[in-house]
Structures are given as structure tokens and as C-alpha cells.
Design a protein around this ligand. Structure first.
Ligand code: ADP
Ligand code: ADP
Length: 228
């Protein structure tokens, strides 16, 4: 469960990106975060995995107030949250296998267990045959599949995706959405910031619209609600 109570974020340059946000997201929900560019979607999302800290307010993730988390405690939170980015953020010198294995806590698993789990998630995203390739040898859709495999390898309770289809053509976008749907069907909470009107209006889920750092709409089975 994720809860924000009166959360605000003011950047050092004075911009208030998020302004008094209250939200409750239950385990297993699928939430689209929509809104114009500069609305505060990315800031909202970054605060959930503590890439940014709020200036004020409380953020509770699975019972822990993460605004009070010490930096050395952040890895424990991250283990329970997978993150998928628009530009994939794969490590270019590592193979597909290594990119996913790297996300596992190497000290805590037997190498055999790492290999088994990495192959399991790569099979899940349909890339078992490309484990030895480098990211540069893959299409955009394949790279996003690798990043999805990386995001779920530690069996997180939450997967956060910031415009995961933003760099992909429509057909590939639907494939990536199907994967996120499967992950959600397993009970994982999915929070996805998106500008993809077609996707939001077709695969219906909760829609939270943010404008000027404020939630202006929060609907179950909502619509995208913007023209483009
Ligand atoms: P969105 O994801 O909806 O486009 P962002 O959360 O990226 O919105 O940005 C919200 C506002 O905060 C914008 O005005 C943006 O310019 C500003 N902003 C975002 N990141 C930073 C940062 N690191 N430093 C200063 N201002 C930022
Ligand atoms: P830092 O604390 O310097 O951000 P990390 O190793 O925590 O270093 O993160 C490196 C990059 O990986 C960052 O861009 C971060 O957002 C991303 N990241 C962190 N945790 C995850 C995760 N569970 N899944 C995917 N990407 C992640």
C-alpha cells in the first residue's frame, strides 16, 4: 500500500512541482498518472521510489514512512519497487542477462538461484533467446522488455513505469502493456505515468490526473481526458 499525506515538493530553484497531494493506492491496483507536461507526474513517481524526497508531508510505502528513510536504508525500499523508464536505462556494456542479474542482490543469492531467476523473468518477457546480446543489438521494444524483466526480478510489490511506451511504436506499446497487465494480474501494484491516450482509454484502470502539482481528477476506470 502507498499513501501520501499532504505531500509537497519544492525544488531548489523555487518551482513547486507537487503541492499538497493526498492519495491512497492499494496493493494490486493499476494506476495511470496523466496530465500535461510539467504537471508533476515524474516528481510524484520519483518520490514513491525515493529518487526525490518531499519538502513536506508523509509518504508511507508498505507501512514505512519513506520521507524519514536514511540514505543507507533506501536500497531496502528499492528492492520492493521495480522501476521502468521511457529510455530504458540499461547498462550498455552489460549483456541482457547481466543487466537483469545486476539488479538482484548478489550477496544474498546463490549464483545458481540468480541464474534460474534471471532466466525465468527473461522467459516471461520472451527474450530467453537473446540473453547474450547487448542492449544496442536489440530493438526498442526488446530493450523495454529487458527493463521490465529487471524491474520484476526481485518480485517487488510495486512496479513504477514513467512513460514506458513513450519511445515505442503503437504495436510495440501494446506488447509492453500486455506485460504490465500480466505483472499486475499477479498482484503487483502498477503505477504508470503516460501520455498514451489510446492505451488509457482501451485498457481501463484507475486514472489520476495531475495539473500544476495538484490532483484534479481521480477515477476508477477513467478516461485519458486530454486531446493529445
Ligand atoms: P511531468 O512529469 O508531469 O512533466 P515533472 O515532475 O517532471 O512533470 O516537473 C514538474 C515541474 O517541476 C516542472 O515545472 C519542472 O520544470 C520542474 N522540475 C522537475 N524536475 C526538476 C528539478 N530536478 N529541478 C528543478 N525543477 C524541476
Ligand atoms: P542512486 O542511489 O545513485 O540513484 P541506484 O543504484 O539506487 O543509485 O539507482 C541507479 C539507477 O537505477 C537510478 O536511475 C534508479 O532510479 C534506478 N533504479 C533503482 N532501483 C531500481 C529498480 N528497482 N528497478 C529499476 N531501476 C532502478
Amino acid at each position: 500500500m502507498i499513501e501520501m499525506q499532504d505531500v509537497s515538493k519544492k525544488y531548489p530553484n523555487g518551482i513547486i512541482a507537487v503541492n499538497g497531494l493526498d492519495i491512497l493506492i492499494n496493493q494490486g491496483e493499476f494506476v495511470y498518472v496523466v496530465g500535461p507536461s510539467g504537471a508533476g507526474k515524474t516528481t510524484f513517481i520519483k518520490m514513491v521510489y525515493r529518487e526525490e524526497s518531499p519538502t513536506s508531508g508523509k509518504i508511507i510505502v508498505n507501512g514505512v514512512d519513506i520521507s524519514k528513510l536514511k540514505n543507507r536504508e533506501v536500497p531496502y525500499l528499492r528492492r520492493n519497487i521495480g522501476v521502468v523508464f521511457q529510455d530504458f536505462k540499461l547498462l550498455p556494456t552489460l549483456t541482457v542477462f547481466e543487466n537483469v542479474a545486476f539488479a538482484m542482490e548478489v550477496t544474498e543469492h546463490h549464483p545458481k538461484e540468480i541464474k534460474r531467476r534471471v532466466m525465468e523473468v527473461l522467459a516471461l518477457v520472451g527474450l530467453k533467446h537473446k540473453v547474450r546480446m547487448l542492449p544496442s543489438e536489440l530493438s526498442g521494444g526488446e530493450q523495454q522488455r529487458v527493463s521490465i524483466a529487471r524491474s520484476i526480478v526481485n518480485r517487488p510489490q510495486v512496479v513504477i513505469a514513467d512513460e514506458p511506451t513513450g519511445n515505442l511504436d503503437p504495436e510495440t506499446s501494446w506488447e509492453i502493456m500486455n506485460l504490465l497487465e500480466e505483472i499486475n494480474a499477479q498482484g503487483t501494484t502498477v503505477i504508470m505515468a503516460t501520455h498514451n491516450r489510446e492505451v488509457v482509454n482501451t485498457i481501463k484502470h484507475r486514472v489520476v490526473a495531475i495539473e500544476n502539482g495538484i490532483i484534479v481528477r481521480d477515477e476508477q476506470q477513467g478516461e485519458y481526458g486530454y486531446e493529445s
